[in-house]
Design a protein around this ligand. Structure first.
Ligand code: GAL
Length: 416
């Protein structure tokens, strides 16, 4: 083994001497796209860059929602070794920009007219102080249910339209011996479910007051108690082994007809597609009952760190590749998300994707496009993590619904 490493090291050193320029142009990309569907989407990006002669140094850090990736990033930046490009969400981008760590994509953004085609809700996070600091690759949303159609057909269940119908369908699936709700007990997954449940319990204005305005009177309110009560109802429908399960394994339970439903962002669709499942035939996608009309969005962006001059050209080329309409279609049809531009035709998207595109536009128009709390688009990381703690502690029985609402208001107040 030692011999092999030595040979590799010598070969690498020789390559660096021979083609230093090519190596300097590689982009090192820190991301958390490690599930099957996510890796397939990431490959679309890697291959696109490869055709443009941009090399890829992969830096994956597993963990949905990106908490692990953000911890690794902090360590890398502290060590003076920032990656070239980093998958990042919402407020994290603004936090890094405020620290002065991010580069500037203004010239490529101006040349390609990003201002006119990137939705305003995304520009709020892609620009800092009027300057472009990141390139948005997609728009996901979290308030979706993924259902196994064969189970619904077998039990004679129609797609539930109200919270009560959803609970009745979960009960029917449980009675028939299925896991009713496939879930992974990890704080970010509990919080992902909570996004939809809070809208269902209080409506979009209430969600906004609670999670975006951080109004203490909304955080500790009858509506929030109702949201926690609904979480308790859902808790009654997960299986005994839910704790710690990765989200894609929960998706696999629905794909494999072990479980009827999963509440998860539309990255779950990437897993169904990779398993060659067809929307409408094998699985159903619909908004979490009670949350229809609202879209809790999160957009993955590639934030560009301050790097040496040679790497800036690669960052700009990468950003340009990401923003190309063709790439947005090729990537997002695999990832489960929808394009981060308003001018991309939706005809190559499947039924769930077309629904997502139409609902994103309608929500933006109607004022019900809301940043996902669970995925860093409602409030900064310190507040988000405080909310995670309470939601997870409650889900695991530490508080009743009334105490949880009180704790939520307290936790958010001390995190600010
Ligand atoms: C989200 C991210 C998605 C998906 C998901 C699960 O935070 O925006 O792209 O990767 O985590 O890993």
């Amino acid at each position: 083994m030692r011999g092999l490493y030595t040979t590799t090291a010598i070969a690498t050193a020789a390559m660096m001497t021979m083609s230093g320029a090519a190596l300097a142009d590689d982009v090192e990309v820190l991301h958390w796209w490690t599930s099957g569907g996510e890796a397939a989407a990431l490959n679309v990006l890697k291959e696109d860059l490869q055709t443009q002669g941009i090399g890829w140094l992969d830096m994956p850090v597993a963990g949905g929602g990106g908490e692990g990736a953000m911890t690794v990033l902090r360590a890398r930046v502290t060590a003076g070794d920032a990656p070239t490009a980093v998958q990042m969400l919402g407020f994290d981008i603004l936090d890094w920009a405020a620290e002065g760590a991010l580069g500037n994509l203004d010239s490529v953004a101006a040349a390609e007219g990003w201002d006119a085609v990137v939705p305003a809700a995304l520009q709020n996070f892609a620009k800092y102080d009027g300057h472009w600091v990141s390139a948005p690759v997609n728009v996901h949303s979290t308030n979706w249910v993924w259902a196994n159609k064969a189970i619904l057909d077998e039990l004679g269940l129609a797609q539930p339209k109200t919270w009560e119908e959803f609970v009745a369908a979960l009960q029917a699936a449980k009675d028939a011996g299925y896991t009713a709700l496939a879930h992974g007990g990890q704080p970010w997954q509990d919080a992902t479910v909570f996004d939809s449940i809070v809208i269902g319990a209080g409506g979009p204005e209430f969600y906004k007051r609670a999670f975006i305005d951080l109004d203490p009177a909304a955080l500790n309110s009858p509506e929030m108690v109702e949201a926690f009560t609904r979480m308790e109802t859902l808790r009654g429908f997960v299986d005994d082994n839910f704790s710690g399960r990765d989200w894609n394994l929960a998706s696999a339970m629905v794909i494999n007809k072990e479980a009827a439903f999963q509440i998860m962002g539309d990255w779950a669709k990437g897993e169904f597609l990779r398993a060659e499942k067809v929307p409408g035939t094998d699985f159903l996608c619909f908004r979490v009952p009670g949350s229809e009309g609202s879209v809790t969005f999160n957009a993955d962006q590639f934030a560009m760190f301050k790097v040496s001059e040679g790497a800036v050209a690669s960052q700009e080329a990468m950003a340009s590749a990401i923003m190309s309409p063709d790439f947005q279609i090729a990537f997002n049809t695999v990832k489960g998300s929808v394009p981060a531009r308003t001018d991309v035709p939706g005809d190559q998207f499947d039924a769930c994707g077309q629904q997502g595109i139409a609902e994103l536009a309608a929500a933006a128009e109607g004022g019900t496009l809301l940043g996902s709390m669970a995925h860093g688009h409602a409030n900064p990381a310190a507040v988000k993590n405080a909310i995670y703690d309470v939601v997870t502690a409650h889900f695991n029985g530490e508080y009743d619904a009334t105490a949880a609402a009180e704790e939520l208001a307290n936790a958010v107040a001390s995190a600010q």
